[in-house]
Ligand binder design. Structure first.
Ligand SMILES: Cc1ncc(COP(=O)(O)O)c(C=O)c1O
Length: 395
């Protein structure tokens, strides 16, 4: 007789243990909109773990656009983009996004995760190579797993190691895949050097702009704009689930590449399309990026203020350069404990523990919104200083 596949479920005691200690940080219920303050489990908390960077998730114009889309198109498209699930609103936002980002064409998937899965697995085939940063997002890794290509990793943002890996596979079709802003570290990919190496060795470059869209660059166009480059990234991916205050994912590139992905990505063909309410919201948030640039300016100022305040308090903020500011606190247990102490102090934060981080470098991942008030920010700093001192994590 073989063993029971449920055995691992019956023996899975990590969660029970954390719950018993009162440190379980996951799946807490938010009972309000995703603003800088939320009601969690019945209590008001200041949020430092949202990706609602520009604070657009409850903007009246976005809410209105979403409702208008439901009224016109209903609640669901009830099918795949490939067959009955494409409407004129999908095509409108694809064109709007491509124009905004400066690429020939774009295609809209149902989630950002689906975009990475579909684009990477359809673009990279047998005998071709995906060269990925060790700290790329999980959806990139999943996309590589779904591809028939070979996946290799280079040390995080280490350009010497990247070149070393490229040389090993010289002569084969290569796609270098990186996050624009890394989702846990908050640092920025060394795009100029990646592009230089790609050109030298005839590789293509894919950048995941999930956290950089709306955040980096004069107009929020992301990493390319931040480095003053133009249309140099071969394939650009972005989610609508963060600055665009909705859900969905874009892939943008040359028209031929998008046409290929459109007809080959399994996550385009074998899943239902993004519902009208979400597409309507994206349609409006793309406009607001241009008409309310003060949000991005405020976000950048806030992030700089918070990073420098945390540093002077004695927190290790790693290499953060963006609204994502990780605070390194030590072991997983310290991170869970700290999460709970912050929660009790009125802060809703995210602990990130092994294997997502190196052993002994667990973090409280903090991230900021344009709509955090000065009072919110001062409250956050005060509470982090108090709890940091109590746990002895400040240097
Ligand atoms: C870097 C990165 N890429 C892709 C995704 C997936 O996007 P989505 O949540 O919109 O599916 C995320 C989401 O957390 C992310 O952080």
């Amino acid at each position: 007789m073989g063993s029971d596949i449920f055995e691992k479920c019956f023996n899975f005691d990590v969660v029970g243990d954390l719950k018993m200690k009162g440190f379980y940080p996951y799946f807490h219920k938010i009972e309000s909109v995703q603003g800088p303050e939320v009601i969690v489990d019945g209590e008001k908390k200041v949020v430092v773990c949202s990706n609602n960077y520009l604070g657009l998730a409850n903007h009246p114009k976005v809410v209105e656009a979403s409702i208008a889309a439901i009224k016109k198109y209903g609640t669901s498209c009830t099918g795949s983009r490939f067959l009955n699930g494409t409407n004129d609103l999908h095509e409108k936002v694809e064109k709007k996004f491509a124009r905004f980002i400066g690429k020939e064409e774009a295609i809209l998937f149902t989630t950002g995760h689906h975009s990475n899965l579909g684009a990477l697995s359809s673009l990279v085939g047998k005998n071709e190579v995906l060269i990925t940063d060790k700290l790329d997002h999980a959806s990139i890794i999943d996309g590589c797993r779904l591809s028939f290509g070979e996946m290799v990793r280079f040390r995080h943002n280490d350009m010497l190691d990247l070149e070393r890996q490229i040389i090993r596979y010289k002569g084969r079709g290569m796609l270098i895949v990186v996050d624009g802003i890394f989702s846990m570290e908050g640092d920025i990919a060394n795009l100029p050097e990646i592009l230089r190496l790609a050109k030298k060795y005839a590789a293509r470059v894919f950048v995941d702009e999930a956290h950089s869209l709306g955040v980096l660059g004069e107009n929020g166009r992301g990493t390319e704009e931040y480095f003053n480059m133009e249309d140099d990234i071969d394939v650009l991916m972005a989610t609508a689930s963060k600055s665009l205050a909705s859900i969905g994912g874009f892939i943008a590139s040359k028209a031929e590449v998008i046409n290929y992905i459109r007809h080959n990505a399994r996550t385009m063909i074998f899943t239902a399309s993004l519902p009208p309410a979400c597409v309507g919201a994206i349609d409006m948030t793309l406009d607001l990026l241009a008409t309310e640039p003060e949000r991005r300016v405020r976000l950048v100022e806030t992030s700089e203020k918070m990073r420098s305040a945390f540093k002077s308090m004695g927190y290790d903020t790693g290499h953060s350069q963006s609204p994502i500011i990780p605070l390194v606190v030590g072991s997983d247990l310290v991170a869970f404990k700290m999460w709970k102490m912050l929660f009790d102090e009125g802060i809703f934060a995210s602990p990130v523990v092994t294997p997502a981080v190196q052993e002994g470098r667990s973090i409280i991942r903090t991230s900021y919104m344009a709509t955090h008030s000065d009072d919110n920010l001062n409250f956050i700093l005060e509470r982090f200083e108090k709890v940091g001192k109590q746990l002895n994590v400040l240097t």
